[in-house]
Design a protein around this ligand. Structure first.
Ligand code: SF4
Length: 470
């Protein structure tokens, strides 16, 4: 049994990153067995789940939509917020019931960020005896060995490594979409924002080698993918750990050179976002003009408490530069209200920036402490009621500007990558504009997988309605 150790996870040494290749298993021990994977959290987790599916299918497991009849259920978890935790523990209750009543042989496993948390794993060991295995984020490539050992020995398997992490290439992947693909470019994070657990659960910043990324994009293009999204907790730090003279701006250029129709990237940290990167985005037609640029707070005092390493003035300078240089850009953000020490005045400064920036959208949150982070040791100064009140006020302004941004598109023609049948209406398809706006489109299903022109006929709060033009 290897349990997580948060003290070890916090360490940053100057050790070189090991680049290794995934070791394929020849034993098809999953033949005639089925699996179900539930994903919580961010895009990196969604992509990790695609790898989990890829590994399972490589040894014969088949995907199932029916949990009760599955042989194995894996929860790929998120540790970023309290409610993600609660959801996982709630779902474990459902799985226990299934094991107790209809499927006693069901194997239940936990992967993802929660598996890297010492308190969580200790709780799973003590109180959740029906969880059959726990696999950490750093050894995901060893998942099949843990499952095989669990099947062969009937013993619970717990393997979580608390170290800075390596890079494993060529893990098999079953992608959710045939047209739009996630591509990891950097793992981990060294920013240590005081509220965030990610640097402890995902290890240090480790960039993939540029050749491996570019080759992956070329192959995706050849297989018919129209869009790639370059992924990392902080993509703007790409290359800093392994190259002296190659960064995200260079990588974006090289990925754009592959000729793939659309290039996106997420998530950005304003501190590492250079003018060189803005210029590349502005210049290259196939780099989409959509940027998610987390602000978190509009108060310099709170930004400092959060250890965000930029001031509101720095943020505004970058924001204005993107707006000026990148044609038709849209910018979304993340904001936390009620951080320890945030006064009414600090909160009003956040509202002022939101009024200035007129974001296309924002993910807004009330602060909730994550155990073992520095912010969890700060004295909470904002009551839950006040947090909710601030969140409500913020959301009103965010929604106002999001509606205005959507309304501006009414009557315009937008290029959309059509990805699926619309969830709202079986007779429509849906897709995303270059600015990452979801459009429900009146048009035939044969459009799926194509980039087409769509006339925007109506702006709704969280989506647009459009008609296929050509
Ligand atoms: S940049 Fe900050 S918020 Fe983002 S993953 Fe790193 S520590 Fe967390």
């Amino acid at each position: 049994m290897k349990k997580p150790d948060m003290k070890e996870a916090r360490k940053r040494q100057q050790k070189e990153i090991k680049y290794t290749k995934y070791k394929t298993k020849s034993n098809k021990f999953g033949n005639n067995k089925t699996y179900f994977v539930r994903t919580y959290g961010c895009q990196m987790n969604e992509h990790d789940s695609e790898k989990i599916c890829g590994m399972l299918e490589s040894v014969g497991f088949k995907k199932s939509e029916d949990i009760e009849k599955s042989d194995i259920v894996i929860l790929n978890t998120c540790a970023i917020r309290e409610n993600a935790h609660d959801k996982v523990f709630g779902f474990l209750g459902v799985l226990k019931h299934i094991k107790d009543t209809v499927n006693p042989n069901l194997i239940v496993g936990i992967c993802g960020c929660m598996s890297q948390e010492e308190v969580v794993v200790n709780e799973l060991i003590k109180k959740y005896k029906y969880v059959d295995f726990v696999c950490g984020t750093h050894n995901l490539d060893n998942l099949l060995t843990l499952i095989e050992q669990r099947i062969q020995t009937n013993n619970r398997q717990i393997e979580v490594l608390s170290y800075e992490g390596d890079v494993v290439e060529d893990i098999p992947v079953i992608r959710e979409s045939k047209y739009s693909a996630w591509v990891d470019i950097i793992y981990g994070c060294d920013k240590f924002c005081t509220y965030c657990i990610v640097p402890y659960t995902r290890g240090k910043q480790r960039s993939r080698k540029k050749e491996d990324i570019i080759e992956e994009v070329k192959q995706l293009k050849e297989s018919g993918f129209k869009e790639v999204t370059l992924l990392g907790q902080n993509v703007n730090a790409y290359g800093k750990d392994i190259y002296n003279d190659y960064n995200l701006a260079n990588l974006l250029s090289d990925v754009a050179d592959t000729g793939i129709k659309r290039v996106r990237f997420v998530t950005s940290h304003p501190w590492d976002f250079t003018e060189e990167m803005v210029d590349v985005i502005a210049k290259r037609e196939n780099i989409m003009p959509y940027i998610h640029l987390p602000l978190q707070s509009g108060s310099n005092k709170v930004l400092k408490l959060m250890n965000r390493r930029y001031t509101k003035e720095d943020y505004l300078k970058l924001y204005n530069s993107i707006r000026k240089k990148v044609n038709n850009s849209s910018i979304t953000t993340d904001i936390i209200v009620g951080f320890p020490g945030e006064t009414e005045k600090d909160f009003n400064e956040t509202l002022e920036i939101v009024e200035k920036c007129k974001f296309d959208g924002a993910f807004t949150f009330a602060f909730s402490p994550r155990e073992n982070t520095p912010a969890s040791l700060m004295k909470e100064t904002v009551s839950e009621e006040e947090k909710m009140d601030r969140l409500h006020k913020l959301n009103e302004i965010v929604n106002k500007y999001s509606n205005i941004a959507n309304k501006k598109l009414e009557g315009t023609i937008q290029k959309c990558l059509v990805t699926d049948v619309s969830e709202k209406d079986d007779n429509k398809v849906c897709g995303y504009t270059e600015n990452m706006k979801l459009v429900n489109i009146k048009g035939p299903k044969s459009l799926i997988g194509k980039i087409v022109e769509v006339k925007i006929v109506e702006a709704k709060s969280f989506s647009l309605d459009g008609e296929y033009v050509k």
